[in-house]
Ligand binder design. Sequence first.
Ligand code: SAM
Length: 287
Amino acid sequence: MTDQQTGKAALYIVATPIGNLGDISHRAIEVLRRADVIAAEDTRHSSRLTQHFGIATRLVSYHDYSSSGREDAILAELAAGRSVALISDAGTPLISDPGYSLVARARQMQITVIPVPGACALTTALCAAGLPTDRFVFEGFPPHKQGARRQLFESLAEEQRTIIFYESPHRIADSVFDMRDVFGEQRQAVICRELTKTWETIHGDSLSALSQWIVADVNNRRGEFVVLIHGAPVVDQDSQLSDADRQLRVLLEELPVKQAAALVAKLTGLKKNAVYKRALELAGASL
Ligand code: SAM
């Protein structure tokens, strides 16, 4: 099989369903049938998919722990004019799945890389969650260890774009608790579970309510998860500063500059130095 435009063999990156087999595209089936080789993360798992669609193409294994020899062998197939279709266990390859190194090396070798788009848990969750979609960040799986996980969440606490994570059933409860502690009880979030499958659940609420929901029923912790967090609110600096001014004016009538500034910084969440500077200006103006 060769690419219609270039007439050369190509590396096809083929998305497969994330649950519902009806989500495979006609083009994906066609490409998988006509490719010379299918490189799959788990050949046993993928053989169920190929059998279901009557695809007889040879399967070879390719995953992140594959030796560089295995990657070399796939690139050699391509260099010899045979086409390879890369698939993962579910969804779009390379999205929290193997393939980055293979695609990067293929492109360096001027091998044509052709995407065959389809299901992806990230976009499937985002389009149904009801959170802003105009700007978002995808963070993949949070770290397994609590310290590193909280550190990552803390680095994202002020992120204003919608934040998207993948999570496994083993860690979903702990992750949601840490999200509540770091992003705050009132931050809105959506838990998407078992998308496109029988027990599909899309449940949005505050992180405080979601922390209770996740432990309320063992079924809420079963399956595969995408968690989306509403971005941090945009801080209106101007109105915050005028609030700070108003508070400073009142407090400066009763307190020294340093004390008034410290209190206002605490009340508004503004930086101490900036409030102190402003307090000095206001105190100077009223002399
Ligand atoms: N490449 C895949 C994609 O395109 O979404 C993701 C592969 S990653 C190894 C697997 C993770 O994706 C799961 O642990 C879960 O977080 C998410 N995921 C995959 N299928 C899902 C589904 N049907 N419902 C919810 N999340 C899913």
